[in-house]
Design a protein around this ligand. Structure first.
Ligand SMILES: [Zn+2]
Ligand SMILES: [Zn+2]
Length: 443
């Protein structure tokens, strides 16, 4: 991170052009980041200057208020900014109901400033987008990649949805706050940033089979800061400034990668469905999900196991029973999802046509796909990295019962209409074995 209190773009357009392999136009990244020990004073000054006669909504929760929100509020007051503060109870969940409440509160305000990480950032970004007013973000932890992204994850009628939303105009980062963030949030961010190591291959696979829309640019951009956090994961545990801010940078790049792709595909594939599955199942089982990134970590191991198994499948062993496999999994939806079955069923039906084409597309492309699968890191590599951040990385320590994880692994592909490695594994008949092998590795 630099010491210069200037706002900067994460990547400039020139660089994007030089790294693009698809030849299509990519939306120019717009979020400007200011990283400085006095970032919050500069925010207050900017705010007073930009909104001298208007009022601002300041959003945080009980935890992020302590970490940074109180300080931001104090500085806004000192700068004579008119603002209304909404402090949500600790650990809020981004639901359509909560976003509607904040939407109502935001009436009459000209800017939303959200102080926090995953949920707070999603809510602030989403409501500002709906109101068509600017959004400023004050990150409090390197826990997920949503700060710079042009999407939000919101539970709509109980189903986790990824919705488009303009990225923040400015992001004000106090590196000390990021460094001092709770360990479990740093560990979660470490897992989330590594999702790209498998999800980028999900995207390449989908592109190879269906639309050819893959571009190497998002992956090239996120690769850049990787060494800072991956070479010494112990630094995440120790709160080492280089490792933690390197991780934070990696997450900012990851969000930009999604903006550039115009989709979450570069950073969210089958491994994210595992996390979304646990988030959504709370409505059925009453079991509170774990942190997004930690659940994604378990999903990454599963995806890597699937890819290793797929790389060993021969063309002659492909099942060619896509209709039967689709119908079997569609038939499981009502028992698993209860009152959410209608919404889940719609998502799964959304990719039915593509899945039915697997019978012809997989054999026709299998040689190329296998070459692709061979380039993916081994599951043991990820387990080792996660454990080196101090995570125990067992299903028990992640709060995932074995039976529930098996159900997630074998059916999470039904909750979203995106094609991922889980669909390939199901069609090649290796998904159940991969689930069992992953459970073995995480026990
Ligand atoms: Zn491109
Ligand atoms: Zn994520």
């Amino acid at each position: 991170m630099n010491d210069n209190p200037e706002k900067r773009l994460i990547v400039d357009q020139e660089k994007c052009r030089s790294l693009c392999t698809c030849g299509n136009d990519h939306p120019a990244p717009t979020a400007m980041v200011l990283t400085h020990q006095d970032a919050y004073s500069l925010l207050a000054k900017d705010c007073a200057k930009a909104y001298p006669h208007e009022s601002v909504l300041l959003l945080d929760d009980e935890n992020t208020h302590q970490a940074a929100g109180a300080k931001v509020a104090e500085l806004l007051e000192k700068s004579a900014v008119a603002f209304e503060r909404v402090t949500l109870p600790a650990d809020p969940v981004a639901t359509d109901e909560l976003s509607e409440e904040i939407h109502a509160t935001s009436a009459g305000h000209s800017l939303i400033i959200a102080v926090g990480a995953g949920t707070i950032n999603d809510l602030g970004k989403y409501v500002a987008d709906q109101r068509q007013i600017p959004y400023w973000s004050v990150p409090t932890a390197p826990s997920m990649n949503g700060y710079t992204s042009s999407i939000v994850a919101i539970k709509v009628k109980g189903v986790k949805r990824t919705l488009p939303s303009r990225p923040p105009q400015f992001i004000y980062v106090d590196p000390q706050v990021i460094q001092d963030s709770p360990l479990n949030l740093r560990q979660a961010g470490f897992c989330d940033v590594l999702a790209k190591s498998v999800s980028d291959f999900d995207w390449q696979t989908e592109s190879l089979l269906f639309n050819g829309g893959y571009c190497h640019l998002p992956s090239a951009i996120t690769h850049e800061p990787e060494a800072k956090y991956i070479d010494h994961p112990e630094g995440i545990t120790q709160g080492d400034l280089h490792a933690v801010t390197g991780l934070f940078e990696g997450l900012l790049f990851s969000g930009v990668a999604m903006s550039l792709a115009g989709s979450s595909a570069p950073a969210s594939g089958g491994e994210h469905l595992i996390s979304h599955f646990f988030d959504m199942r709370e409505a059925i089982t009453g079991k509170k999900p774990n942190l997004h990134g930690l659940q994604v970590g378990a999903g990454i191991v599963l995806s890597a196991v699937c890819y290793r198994k797929l790389a060993a499948v021969e063309i002659k062993d492909l099942k060619n029973r896509s209709r039967e496999i689709f119908e079997a999994d569609a038939g499981k939806i009502p028992a698993i999802w209860g009152h959410l079955a209608g919404e889940v069923g719609k998502q799964f039906a959304g990719k039915r046509d593509r899945l039915l084409q697997f019978d012809s597309l997989l054999p026709a492309n299998w040689t190329r796909l296998k070459a692709l699968f061979g380039g993916i890191r081994q599951p043991e590599y990820f387990v080792d990295l996660f454990r080196r951040t101090g995570l125990e990385m067992t299903l028990a320590s992640l709060g995932m019962a074995e039976g529930e994880f098996f159900l997630a692994a074998t059916t999470a592909r039904t909750i979203r209409d995106r094609i991922t490695v889980l669909d390939l594994a199901a069609n090649a008949g290796i998904l159940e074995e991969a689930a069992k092998e992953t459970i073995g590795m995480l026990s």
